[in-house]
Design a protein around this ligand. Structure first.
Ligand code: NAD
Length: 344
């Protein structure tokens, strides 16, 4: 089987080559992202493999279909970049639902500690032999309240770490997990209560119509003064302009962002020699209390191996058995895991 692999990075290749070769799948790596303009590169391939910032809209789906391509392997969990409604009946879409929730949860905590203990400032100061502590005062995590939106795999891994720090957890999920709440250290609350009572808010829900701009001017008004906002989920969960205003108004004490709404224009590429065209991103990065990483929360060796292994298994399962447990299906107005393997 020949697979066109878009948005390829050097760190993708070792694992995909290894699992691909072992299972008779040949990946052709394209550095470019999949868009309407680049979809022609998929001509002659049996399947397409994409990541978070590739675009799989109507035009792309039509093009892939015109080349006889019916298989789309997402090498990520989120699928907000795929028009799932239009894909129904046109493409079998597979994803990697979980590769290492610990990778993302641990990166979220790394960002939080870096921010509130000013490690990013200390690193630069001591390299310049500046050993002053002025402006370095942080705060203890122990005893603080963290609001966690989305208590799936990553949210739960993050909650476990927070509990280890002695924090209290207020959780919100559209589908709460009965076994998570203990009434004392972890409690499900309404979103409003979460906003009103959390010292730190961490987003671990998918990007959907419900969660688009979950953090906006109105919800920030409900938050505690000095709230720390963490987003390692999807950029558009936050209205970045409202966040910027919240930071300027000193409502938001700090923000740690691994994702950004307009990230597909910039993330994963080197713009160090350029003038950044996105004023909101540039202004956010200029803030002393904002830390931005470039969608790297997933990037551990364990996660890369697991992503490649599951992607290859998804393609094999479907081609050999006509069924794949990680197929996504658009039914009744929402996307869910396909139970039958016969979504079209
Ligand atoms: P998951 O499916 O295990 O959990 C998502 C949780 O969100 C579920 O419990 C679900 O019920 C809940 N949810 C759904 N709609 C909601 C709503 N409207 N409000 C509140 N909660 C809602 O997914 P996961 O593996 O924990 O991943 C979470 C998110 O993390 C993904 O959607 C993805 O966007 C993001 N992610 C980011 C990276 C990264 O590198 N930064 C890597 C992997 C995943």
């Amino acid at each position: 089987m020949k697979v066109a692999f878009f948005d390829a990075k050097p760190y993708d290749k070792p694992s995909f080559d290894k699992y691909g070769e072992e299972n008779g799948i040949r990946f052709k790596y394209f550095e470019t992202k999949l868009t309407e303009d680049t979809a022609d590169l998929a001509h002659g391939f049996d399947a397409v493999c994409v990541f978070v910032n590739d675009t799989v809209n109507r035009a792309v789906i039509d093009k892939l279909n015109s080349f006889g391509i019916r298989l789309l392997a997402l090498r990520c969990a989120g699928f907000n970049n795929v028009d799932m409604k239009y894909a129904h009946g046109r493409l079998h879409v597979f994803r990697v639902p979980a590769y290492s929730p610990y990778a993302v949860a641990e990166h979220t905590i790394a960002l939080l500690l870096t921010s509130i203990r000013r490690i990013h400032k200390a690193y630069i100061r001591t390299r310049d032999f500046n050993f002053s502590l002025a402006g370095m005062t942080g705060f203890d995590l122990h005893g603080k309240t963290v609001g966690v939106v989305g208590t799936g795999r990553i949210g739960r891994a993050f909650i476990d770490i927070c509990l280890g720090f002695g924090m209290k957890v207020l959780a919100y999920d559209k589908f709460p997990a009965a076994d998570l709440e203990d009434g004392e250290r972890v409690r499900y609350v309404t979103l409003d209560e979460l906003f009103e009572r959390s010292d730190i808010i961490s987003l671990h829900c998918p990007l959907t119509e419900d969660t688009y701009h979950l953090i906006n001017a109105e919800t920030l008004e409900k938050c505690r003064r000095g709230v720390v906002i963490l987003n390692t989920s999807r950029g558009a969960l936050i209205d970045a302009e409202a966040l910027l205003e919240g930071i300027k108004a000193r409502v938001v004490g700090a923000a740690c962002l691994d994702v950004y709404e307009e990230e597909s224009e910039f993330f994963f590429e080197d713009f160090s020699g350029h003038i950044l065209e996105d004023d909101v991103l540039a202004r956010l990065i200029s803030m002393p209390n904002v830390i931005v990483t470039s969608h790297q929360a997933f990037l551990t060796e364990e996660a890369l191996r697991s992503i490649a292994e599951t992607t290859v298994k998804n393609l094999l399962d479907f081609t050999q058995n006509g069924q794949c447990e990680n197929e996504l299906c658009y039914r009744g107005g929402s996307t869910e895991d396909c139970k039958s393997g016969k979504c079209f």
